[in-house]
Design a protein around this ligand. Sequence first.
Ligand code: HEC
Ligand code: HEC
Ligand code: HEC
Ligand code: HEC
Ligand code: HEC
Length: 213
Amino acid sequence: MRSPFPPWTNNIRNLLGAGAIGGLVYAVLIVTYGFSPNATDVGYQPEQPVPFSHRIHAGKLGMDCRYCHQDVERNAFAAIPATQTCMACHERILPESTKLAPVRESWASGGPVPWVKVHDLPDYAYFDHAAHVTKGVGCASCHGRIDQMEVVWQSKPLSMGWCLECHRNPEPNLRPKALITKMDYAQEGPEVGARLRAEYNVNPREDCSTCHR
Ligand code: HEC
Ligand code: HEC
Ligand code: HEC
Ligand code: HEC
Ligand code: HEC
């Protein structure tokens, strides 16, 4: 669970909507987010209904992230794959596996596999996958080495301070768009980020309404 909000944030969404941010509120935020690590849920790793392994599928078998998370370049949401995506292989591969029993049940009943959400921003914060991925920010910058995870866990704070750190200085996190899902990508030098920033016209915004709409 996330920490309870201080009382003064109760009406913050209304304030934000009206664009009426007082200097004091702003100053408090700068102090809160500028100087505190504000770690939220790093390491959170819920138990899943099926022991699905990214280490096997994305790592060992080398499947591209977009094979399963198909909407990530087009939509705000990355989307969890439908059971059909799994059964395309698992009708024939390991058809008797007990680990896959809930997947077969879902296939038979038409109901979803009850996957548990790992990364979850509060409702008042707006995020958009396509806006990032199409500007050269790779999955690994925000999710870590998913290809090495047996069970997915949250590796970054996803706090406002963390978002803003990159919005203020995106260059170290940019890569060629073609390598967006490459897990071990590393820039060859600092000039790469500056070049890509110009080429892709990357100018992340820091005003409140970007993420609080
Ligand atoms: C074979 C299909 C498949 C592939 C390939 C795949 N994923 Fe997933 N992914 C899933 C499923 C199913 C879940 C939900 C269960 C879970 O969290 O493990 C998931 C969950 C996730 C989550 C956590 C979602 C949440 O609830 O917050 C992230 C992040 C993620 N995947 C990123 C990636 C990345 C990055 C890659 C490529 C390196 C990738 N996935 C490749 C099927 C896949
Ligand atoms: C492209 C084919 C392919 C797709 C699509 C695929 N898998 Fe797999 N899966 C495999 C293969 C191959 C293995 C065995 C790998 C190994 O053991 O090295 C496997 C193993 C597994 C296992 C381990 C089973 C056991 O008994 O050890 C589970 C669980 C699993 N997959 C779940 C899923 C789920 C859930 C999805 C859909 C989100 C999915 N897989 C999509 C090919 C696939
Ligand atoms: C700039 C950071 C960032 C990048 C880049 C990014 N993600 Fe995410 N991802 C997030 C955040 C934040 C959430 C939680 C969103 C929410 O709760 O509204 C999330 C959630 C997810 C989820 C859960 C479903 C959803 O959309 O809420 C999946 C799956 C996922 N990401 C996969 C990926 C894959 C695959 C890539 C690369 C192609 C990727 N992400 C790139 C930050 C990022
Ligand atoms: C690793 C770098 C990075 C991180 C971390 C990051 N962003 Fe971004 N963000 C970007 C870049 C780059 C863009 C694209 C800017 C552009 O289009 O010029 C962007 C764009 C956006 C946009 C689209 C704004 C629009 O004009 O539509 C939103 C919304 C957003 N980010 C929200 C978030 C939130 C919320 C978080 C934290 C949960 C976050 N970002 C974390 C780099 C990042
Ligand atoms: C780049 C995206 C982004 C921008 C820009 C942004 N925020 Fe946020 N903000 C977030 C995210 C993400 C959270 C949720 C963080 C968490 O879950 O800990 C958040 C949380 C908050 C909260 C809740 C604080 C709490 O106690 O948890 C307030 C209040 C807030 N933001 C106000 C603002 C104001 C005022 C501005 C403009 C000065 C602003 N935000 C700009 C992403 C952003």
